[in-house]
Design a binder for this molecule. Structure first.
Ligand code: COI
Length: 355
């Protein structure tokens, strides 16, 4: 494995105070970058001062969106150690997305070493306040200058770091979600399960149309019948109906969330009945009308656990759990963030320490 060359920044930017922390607007002093060419494969892994990229305007990324990304977080423990949460799962998904987008696989051990070396170099940037962390954004872009529609012959793998607070301004307080009936995010056979930019660009219109009515996000339905629940776009979803915890089964158009899988493992560990299955909007609304919709919440790396306090569909609105955070969502949030920040035991060995 090629050694990562490090060029340190001569200056350090000033670090944000806790109240300046939003999601994804501030970046640390360094970044990781590595090139790919058809003849050399992935080569020249390096850490350099954070800086703009220089790319040919004909680069394939700008025209046909051949790109994938990941999102994971580093957390500070009360003892001042830095931890990562299940980074191996992100690296596996990065390569599944790479494969779907005809992009070259990256050695997962090298990718993980790139993350740990970069985070370790910028570890002063990991914020310490409750609910904050250092968001890690690895991404791959197609850099060959070519206007033909074909997989690029050149790529760059880049990692940037951003100290963050809560993803939604509501924090752990419940968000309002609008169920989307016109637009769809993905269909089976499309790119829904890959973490690729186009899925997110295509979600903007629906979100923009409801944002001024106070909705934090839209809930996507299946692309064929617009009946079955898929995901929120920045998170997977769970419902608690009459004691059963339900999350939409992976079907090729839903992103396989790392937090989703951790939530399922925790719920099983606590002996809750949890099922990955198809769940329709009608089932959720019927349950709500009969007083059986006990909780609804989203799960994601950026969002952690985000309770849903209100769902609006076809001009009707339902309140979930009186618009308040439910006990299961709260327990999941406390346990997940407790494990991530080393404040609670980690029975599943999900975290790794960075020196
Ligand atoms: C994450 O949770 O890390 C995501 O990638 C969602 C993102 C689009 C903010």
């Amino acid at each position: 494995m090629e050694k990562i060359k490090i060029t340190k920044s001569e200056t350090s930017k000033s670090k944000p105070t806790t109240d300046q922390l939003e999601f994804g607007r501030i970046f640390t002093d360094h970044m990781f970058i590595m090139d790919y060419s058809a003849d050399k494969g992935w080569h020249e892994p390096r850490i350099i001062p954070y800086q703009p990229l220089t790319l040919d305007p004909a680069s394939i990324i700008f025209h046909y969106g051949q790109t994938v990304f990941e999102g994971l977080k580093a957390y500070l423990t009360p003892e001042g150690k830095v931890k990562l949460f299940r980074p191996g799962k992100n690296m596996q998904r990065l390569n599944r997305s790479n494969d779907r987008m005809c992009m070259p696989a990256i050695d997962e051990t090298l990718a993980l070493e790139a993350i740990t070396t970069l985070v370790s170099l910028d570890k002063e940037w990991v914020p310490s306040a409750e609910g904050t962390s250092l968001y890690i954004r690895p991404f791959v872009i197609a850099t060959e200058p070519y206007l033909g529609v074909a997989p690029s012959k050149n790529y760059q793998f880049i990692i940037i770091l951003s100290p963050v607070g809560a993803y939604y301004k509501e924090g752990i307080n419940p968000v309002k979600i609008a169920v989307e009936n016109t637009f769809v995010r993905a269909v089976a056979g499309g790119t829904g399960e890959a973490k690729t930019a186009g899925n997110y660009a295509s979600s903007l219109k629906a979100q923009e149309m409801v944002a001024d009515k106070g909705f934090a996000q839209v809930l996507w339905l299946d692309g064929v019948e617009k009946k079955y629940i898929e995901e929120v776009g920045s998170m997977n979803v769970f419902f608690k109906i009459d004691g059963e915890l339900i999350t939409p089964a992976l079907n090729g158009s839903i992103l396989e969330g790392v937090t989703r899988s951790s939530v399922i493992d925790l719920l099983k560990h606590w002996d809750y009945p949890v099922n990955e299955r198809r769940v329709s909007m009608e089932e959720v609304f019927e349950a709500a009308k009969h007083g059986k919709l006990e909780e609804a919440f989203g799960s994601g790396t950026a969002a952690v656990i985000s309770p849903i306090g209100e769902l609006s569909w076809n001009g009707e609105s339902i309140e979930v759990n009186g618009g308040a955070t439910g006990p299961v969502a709260r327990k999941l949030y406390t346990t997940l963030t407790g494990i991530q920040t080393g404040k609670q035991p980690d029975p599943f060995n999900w975290t790794i320490d960075i020196d």
